[in-house]
Ligand binder design. Structure first.
Ligand SMILES: CC(C)(COP(=O)(O)OP(=O)(O)OC[C@H]1O[C@@H](n2cnc3c(N)ncnc32)[C@H](O)[C@@H]1OP(=O)(O)O)[C@@H](O)C(=O)NCCC(=O)NCCS
Length: 166
């Protein structure tokens, strides 16, 4: 568990399903996600269960909690790729930056990694802004990397080297 100034970052629990469904069913939050918005609670239950399972040992993927309520997630579902999503009600207040700063420090401190990477839709300005603010830089681009719903999407890739490393 990690405490930041305003947030609690903790392991996922199965009872996070309702809070995550409110995020994952939201077309605004999911506009540039790797899947279309969730259409059933079962879909979100599977997603949360998989996060719970993956963070059972060393935890690299955290639920972002504000005042006792899960508002999103920040971390690596699979190392070294970082991902994040917050409920749109909480965008624009620095929560993602606050959470990600702590999560990145934790991941580098507890894993022998040279770098973290991210794969973002080039149209996803908020995520690109966040990554840039966190010190990530663009490494390359590719076209037609994701088929999401009926839409073929592109990727811009980012990397953040281990601080003090090469
Ligand atoms: C990306 C996301 C997590 C940002 O959350 P947030 O809490 O609003 O971000 P913050 O308030 O911490 O902003 C941090 C930085 O991100 C950038 N940023 C955030 N929103 C932005 C926007 N709409 N446009 C451009 N830059 C933006 C800014 O550089 C900002 O730094 P600043 O405050 O110094 O200007 C949020 O928009 C989100 O959940 N998006 C949908 C999920 C998603 O697409 N995830 C990525 C999949 S790879």
């Amino acid at each position: 568990m990690i405490r930041t100034e305003r947030l609690l970052l903790r392991r996922a629990r199965l009872d996070d399903v309702d809070a995550f469904h409110a995020i994952m069913r939201d077309p605004v939050a999911m506009r540039f996600w790797s899947t279309p918005p969730h259409t059933s609670l079962d879909e979100t239950r599977d997603w949360v269960a998989s996060m719970v399972e993956r963070s059972a040992g060393a935890c690299n993927d955290f639920v972002v909690e504000l005042d006792g309520r899960a508002i999103g997630k920040a971390g690596c579902y699979m190392l070294p790729e970082i991902g994040f999503i917050l409920h749109p009600d909480h965008w624009g207040r620095g929560y993602a930056r606050e959470a990600m700063t702590a999560v990145i420090a934790h991941i580098f401190a507890t894993n022998d990694l040279e770098k973290l990477v991210a794969d973002v839709d080039p149209r996803n300005r908020a995520s690109i802004g966040l990554l840039t603010r966190l010190g990530f830089s663009e490494t390359h681009r590719a076209r037609g990397t994701w088929q999401v719903g009926g839409e073929l999407c592109d990727s811009v890739y980012f990397a953040l080297p281990r601080p003090g490393g090469e």
